[in-house]
Ligand binder design. Structure first.
Ligand code: C5P
Ligand code: MG
Length: 327
């Protein structure tokens, strides 16, 4: 019986080892199935599987007299002379192991979840909120997000990353596999698939931190997240956000600003038709993000109707009011 139990044990370990290799291979497959030019955003090495070792401190255990010990040998006898049968335990163990192995194999044969990306396999966000402060900056197109971010950079030494600017740079990057996709989305005021935007932001943050030489940094992430999936993905794999600065502005005012900007901006989406689509996307897709963070108590709302100076005074007052002078 003990030989059979040992053989069953060996079988389980072999299966475990096989499954473990399979899991790593599945993760590698998911990563390598990302679009090619996405490879520059991929982590250069796979996240290491960490194991936790538990150390136990041995306590003094009161010793039992020989007659108090219960025998666990199937060949021996218990203290009261009754034989302990081991085969029922082995049968139960074998049945349980078989079921578990079947379950694991079924999972292995299932296609990878399309929503899973390389980054989502990381166990923790790339940056810790104790070192990296992230403020999302939201508002309709033409609300003045970029202008206000420039002021905050001067006064509070933020790094300013505009999701739209990063997307336009990627669109123009020779050889980018996403160029056409980004161009189409921008022209139609549609949201670019979040994997692209989140990866661009993570890369830009890593670059800024590397260049600054300090692990501590503050970021204004401008025009992001424009959709709930972007918000969840970013907070999960890049860094949890501290606050959202929301610039509230009537469409009429924003439209006037955008049409004026369109005279010189050269942007493919600063025209009446694209502006209409961008407004609709903002109301239907981006406002729910603002409402979500409002419920979380993380939104600083600023009326963006007045001129830039007046708006900035309000921004500064509210930001310092919320985070203190030396946040
Ligand atoms: O923020 P900005 O107006 O520069 O964005 C331009 C366009 O870039 C958006 O209309 C949208 O097509 C795309 N974008 C996106 N996701 C973001 C930010 C911008 O898809 N988070
Ligand atoms: Mg902008």
């Amino acid at each position: 019986m003990s030989v059979a139990a040992a053989a069953a044990g060996r079988q389980v370990w072999r299966q475990l080892a096989r499954n473990n290799t399979g899991t790593s291979a599945a993760i590698r497959r998911t990563i390598s199935s990302l679009p090619k030019s996405h490879s520059q955003f991929r982590p250069t090495s796979l996240p290491a599987f960490t194991t936790t070792t538990t150390t136990t401190t041995s306590k003094a255990v009161p010793r039992l007299s020989q007659s108090q010990y219960r025998s666990y040998s199937s060949g021996g006898s218990s203290g009261d002379g009754t034989k302990v049968k081991f085969w029922p335990f082995v049968v139960v163990l074998a049945a349980g192991t078989g079921g578990w192995v079947l379950l694991i194999n079924r999972q292995k044969n299932m296609p990878p979840n399309p929503k899973q990306t390389a980054s989502s396999t990381k166990p923790t966000p790339a940056f810790s909120p104790s070192e990296v402060t992230v403020l999302f900056v939201l508002g309709g197109p033409g609300a003045g997000k970029g202008t206000q971010c420039a002021n905050l950079v001067t006064d509070f030494s933020f790094h300013h990353l505009s999701a739209g600017d990063l997307l336009r740079a990627e669109q123009d990057r020779p050889g980018s596999q996403y160029g056409q996709l980004i161009q189409d989305c921008i022209k139609n005021g549609a949201i670019v698939p979040m994997e692209v935007t989140v990866a661009l932001l993570e890369n830009a943050m890593a670059d800024a931190i590397k260049k600054s030489g300090s692990r501590k940094a503050r970021f204004l992430i401008d025009g992001f997240p424009r959709k709930m999936d972007q918000a969840f993905q970013f907070e999960k794999v890049v860094c949890p956000a501290k606050l959202v600065l929301f610039f509230d502005c009537p469409e009429q005012v924003m439209e006037g600003r955008l049409l004026e900007r369109g005279k010189t901006s050269g942007r493919a989406d600063d025209n009446a038709e694209s502006i209409r689509k961008r407004f609709r996307t903002f109301v239907e897709t981006s406002m729910p993000v603002v409402e979500y963070y409002e419920k979380e108590g993380k939104v600083i709302k600023v009326d963006a109707t007045p001129g830039p100076k007046e708006v900035y005074e309000d921004v500064k007052r509210k930001l310092v009011g919320k985070l203190g002078e030396n946040f």
